[in-house]
Design a protein around this ligand. Structure first.
Ligand code: PEP
Ligand code: MG
Length: 308
């Protein structure tokens, strides 16, 4: 399996390498935009993505197109104030309307792909139509660059974030068209159990060990493998050592987390037996509450420590 890092700037790629990351599983590009007084242009974005690719020295870098909106404001874009920003105008929904923003970003990403192993993924995809629209824009931008004689990786992998339950449920349909999935549990949990990830009053409901979330994760991984594709995870569940045996048992291919958690996770995964984890996953997927799941995982963990 691959252990990758989440980064929010090209500078953080250096930390990722130092902590032993096999790649970058999530480059949150919106910070590039949020830390600027005005919209960064193609050149500025290109330099940031190229720098990250260069620092990773051939290891994969998954660049997520900007996820603005929701809790992430961008004053110079003047997005409307909304009563339910997490259910509103956000991420790819903005990119498909303000297409000049998405096209500029995709040009920069493609140009950077000539300097390393760059992949791109679209956030907040809820259905096939959105994915196909985003993919079509990428195809147009690729044609544009070809015409201009600008180099890029013709084989760049293109994936989607699975962070809306509708995308997870339809994973089998997506799997024949995308190159990979990356499960964003931070959002997937809040949309599955309808509990705002920022609201303390419903925090007790927000749990990635909820059986419904686990079933969605299983659906996605199985659908990707059936189509010969792969699935990563970049939400905070991927950084939880307690979840590691379960995710390994479900067949997760790539873990992406804060760089500081990498060495501990490496150790945790190294001590696991795949077959044992498969049996654990089978057992856990039959449990009916997050509490029961957590308890089973804790017991598995303690039993293992006892053996070591
Ligand atoms: C997620 O939703 O799990 C995710 C990784 O994206 P973000 O936290 O940036 O919304
Ligand atoms: Mg998200």
């Amino acid at each position: 399996v691959e252990l990758a890092a989440n980064i929010g700037s090209s500078a953080e790629a250096e930390t990722a390498v130092r902590q032993g990351a096999d790649g970058v599983g999530l480059f949150r590009t919106e910070f590039l935009f949020m830390n600027a007084p005005a919209m960064p242009g193609e050149e500025e974005q290109f330099r940031a993505y190229q720098e990250a690719a260069r620092m990773m020295e051939g290891r994969p870098v998954i660049i997520r197109t900007m996820d603005i909106g929701g809790d992430k404001e961008l004053p110079y874009l003047q997005l409307p104030k909304e009563a339910n920003p997490f259910l509103g105008y956000r991420a790819i929904r903005v990119g498909l309307v303000r297409q000049e923003l998405l096209r500029t970003q995709l040009r920069a990403v493609l140009r950077a792909s000539a300097f390393g192993t760059v992949k791109v993924m679209f956030p907040m995809i809820s259905g096939l139509q959105e994915w196909r629209q985003a993919r079509a824009i990428l195809t147009e931008v690729q044609a544009e660059l070809r015409q201009e004689g600008i180099r890029f990786d013709e084989k760049m992998e293109v994936g989607i974030m699975v962070e809306i339950p509708s995308a997870a449920v339809l994973a089998e349909l997506f799997a024949s068209e995308v190159d990979f999935f990356s499960i964003g549990t931070n959002d997937l949990v809040q949309y599955t159990v309808a509990a705002d990830r920022m609201n303390e009053h419903v925090a007790h409901l927000y749990d990635y060990f909820h059986p419904a979330v686990l079933q969605l994760i299983r659906t996605v991984i199985e659908a990707s493998h059936a189509a010969g594709k792969w699935t990563g995870m970049c939400g905070s569940m991927a950084g939880d050592p307690l979840a590691a045996p379960l995710l390994l048992g479900l067949g997760l291919d790539e873990w992406s987390m804060e760089a500081s958690g990498l060495s501990r996770m490496k150790e945790r995964l190294a001590g696991l037996d795949r077959q044992e984890c498969r049996e654990l996953a089978k057992r856990v997927l039959r449990l009916d509450t997050p509490q029961a799941v957590r308890q089973a995982l804790e017991e598995f963990h303690s039993a293992q420590k006892a053996v070591v």
